[in-house]
Structures are given as C-alpha cells and as structure tokens.
Write a protein that binds this ligand. Structure first.
Ligand SMILES: [Zn+2]
Length: 378
C-alpha cells in the first residue's frame, strides 16, 4: 500500500485480502463444482478484496457466528453468510470452481462440508421464512450442504462494463491520486432520479469525493436493465456533477434482498473499496413489504462505531417542493404534500412507456430520454 492510500479508511479487518493466484497444474484432474450466479459474484468479490478479510467460502464457525450474532469466529463483525452450496461432499481435498458453461475459474481447498438449516438462515438473515421473498426463494432452491475453504481465483469473469470495472485496489488508488480522504459511497440498483441526485450531493457537500457504485450483479428480472442504468449514470454525472469529485464504478455483488443485514454487508464492502461514509436510504436493499422503512438504518445501532468504522449517512425520502423552490425532505421542508412533486414508481413507468417526459423536478430530461428509449425498444 502506498503512502497516499494510507490516508484512506483501512479495509475491514485491516488489510485488503485478494484471493487471486496462478492456474494450478493439476486443474484438469480436479472435480468441478458449478456455481450459481450469486456464488460466482461472491467468488469474484473474494478475488478482488471486496469481501476482505474473507479468504474463501465460510466454514461452520464463521457461518454460525454470522447467522446468530453477525460476527465471524474471530469476533469481527459481518452481516451475511458467504457460502457455497453443494449436493454432496467432493471426493478430493481440492476442487475446481466453474461457471455454468463449465469454464474453470478458481480452486477451493476443502476444509469442511457441513449441513445447515435453511429456515433458520432465512429467519435470521432475511427476517422471514416466506418462500415468496426472492432471497429466501433462492436459499430454499440451493443444495443442502455448504462447502468451505479458501479459494484461489485464476480467471476473473469478463466485466460487463470494462470502463466501470474497478477493484477495491483500483478505487483506493484513484481516491488517493485525487487527494481524497473522506469518500462517500452510494449504492443503487435504479436509475438516479432527482431524489438520489439530491442526497448524493448533500453527502458530497461534507466529504471529499463521491463513489456512485451501482449494483451490476444479478437482480430480480423486473429491475431496470443494467445497460440502461449505466447509460443513465453516465449522462447524469457528465451533466450535473463535477468530474473531479465523482467516480462511477460497478459494484459486482448479486442482490440478496436481505434489507437491514444487506445494508451492513454493503457498507463493509464499500469500506474495502475505500469509502469512509456510506449512504443508507429508506428501505435499503429491501423488497416488497418485508422490512420496515427505517429497519436498514436502525440496524446500525446494533454496532459500536469502531466495529464497522465506515460511517452510515441516513437519508429520508426527498422531493421537489414548489414553495421551497428546491429539493427537500420532511426534515427540511414544512410544507404539505400538495406542494410536493411526487410520482409513484408506477406513474413514472406509465409516463415513460407512453414516451412522455416526467416533470423536470422529478427526473432530469437526459435521464428520462434514456429510459423512454429503453421502454420503447423493450
Ligand atoms: Zn417546502
């Protein structure tokens, strides 16, 4: 680590743990385990250091500690299991990890194979055992045992957006090069409307730089396609943010939709990318009505500040107020709903599908044009 990056927040656990290495000679003779899209994205994050200090897929002690009390076996705080589900124990003590096409990307040195209770994991991590919940559904569908051990990744998946691909070491170097010490991370899986623009800029007013870190891993199929979102971030940042204060980069995680616990997990990952602050909005990483509006903010109270180190920044729902003549929230505007420009997600989709621009107070026209085009060709 260079002198300059020492100015940044330390990675979780103190050092960036990157699990990349050379392709082993005995690769072709190894039994191969095919990973799901969620497991593949976890594998790539283990490779890049985004999941520091994890060295591989979790063993039973780490798993128990995390599920039960959000702690790794060594006491370090952690919010969600990072596990590899298998149907049966492998024969050898080393296996290859492959994608769906059979391409071998990594090896795992087997330390343990253990059974787990899916309903208990669901209840503890997702706060529901309802199979309609997309994260719980995926958990119920997966194999019944977990395979644990350190991984060595020798082939990274092709990034979907080469220009947006930055590992934690890259963002850290970039922040240091710009002289930033305090950096706020913003997670999103939606196009940025004025509400998000407002809160990212409020946050940026108090720190040195902003990392817009859209999630590009697997999401529910009804989320806006990633190519469309990426184009929207590009036009928005080019038109409305100073280039030397903002970085847009892809966050390669798969959505788990675990709400509060995922907010903690997302914050820890961003700390590894070099963020000292992390924006947590209402219903962060939630889905449907499984979580209370502020649950993803309240869960941070269960941690001592030094345990996470990265500082959460909590935001309310924001809107344009016609009387204030600016973006505001219930914390900063005393006026009533009739004075606010509010459109439901359904209404926005309806306008865009009809090729109509939503009000400029709601969405920047450049962003709306991209969404209209996307709906037109969908
Ligand atoms: Zn107002």
């Amino acid at each position: 680590m260079s002198v300059a990056t020492d100015q940044l927040i330390r990675p979780h656990g103190g050092v960036l743990v990157q699990r990349t290495g050379a392709r082993p000679d005995d690769l072709d003779s190894l039994e191969a385990i095919v990973l799901t899209s969620r497991e593949l994205s976890d594998l790539d994050m283990l490779a890049s250091g985004a999941l520091s200090p994890l060295t591989g897929f979790m063993g039973p002690e780490d798993y128990e500690g995390v599920v039960e009390s959000m702690r790794l076996a060594n006491g370090l705080r952690w919010a969600l299991p990072v596990c590899l589900a298998v149907a049966e124990a492998p024969r050898g003590d080393r296996v290859a990890l492959a994608d769906e096409s059979g391409r071998r990307l990594a090896v795992l040195d087997v330390e343990d194979v253990y059974s787990y209770d899916k309903e208990r994991e669901a209840e503890q991590c997702f706060r529901t055992t309802d199979a309609e919940h997309p994260g719980v559904a995926r958990l119920y569908e997966q194999h019944g045992s977990y395979l644990a051990g350190p991984v060595t990744v020798f082939e990274r998946p092709e990034p979907g957006f080469t220009e947006l691909h930055k590992d934690p070491a890259d963002t850290r170097a970039l922040f240091a090069e710009r002289g930033w010490k305090r950096v706020v991370g913003f997670q999103t899986r939606n196009p940025i409307h004025r509400a998000h623009e407002y809160l990212t800029k409020c946050a940026l007013e108090t720190v040195d730089g902003l990392l817009i870190h859209p999630l590009v891993g697997a999401t529910k199929s009804d989320d806006v396609p990633v190519e469309v979102r990426v184009e929207a971030y590009r036009v928005l940042t080019e038109g409305y943010y100073p280039a030397d204060r903002v970085v847009v980069s892809a966050f390669p995680a798969a959505m788990r939709y675990a709400g509060p616990r995922e907010a903690i997990w997302h914050a820890i990952c961003r700390k590894n990318y070099g963020c000292s602050h992390f924006i947590v909005g209402r219903d962060h990483a939630g889905v449907g009505s499984y979580y209370g509006t502020y649950d993803a903010q309240l869960i941070f109270d269960e941690f001592e500040p030094h345990e996470l180190d990265i500082e959460p920044m909590f935001f309310e729902h924001s809107f344009w107020c016609k009387v204030c003549g600016q973006m505001a929230t219930a914390k900063t505007c005393p006026h009533g709903g009739d004075d606010h420009v509010f459109l439901s997600g359904t209404k926005v989709r309806e306008l865009l599908t009809e090729g109509k621009l939503p009000p400029e107070e709601f969405t920047r026209p450049e962003v709306a044009e991209i969404l209209i085009e996307a709906y037109r060709t969908a």
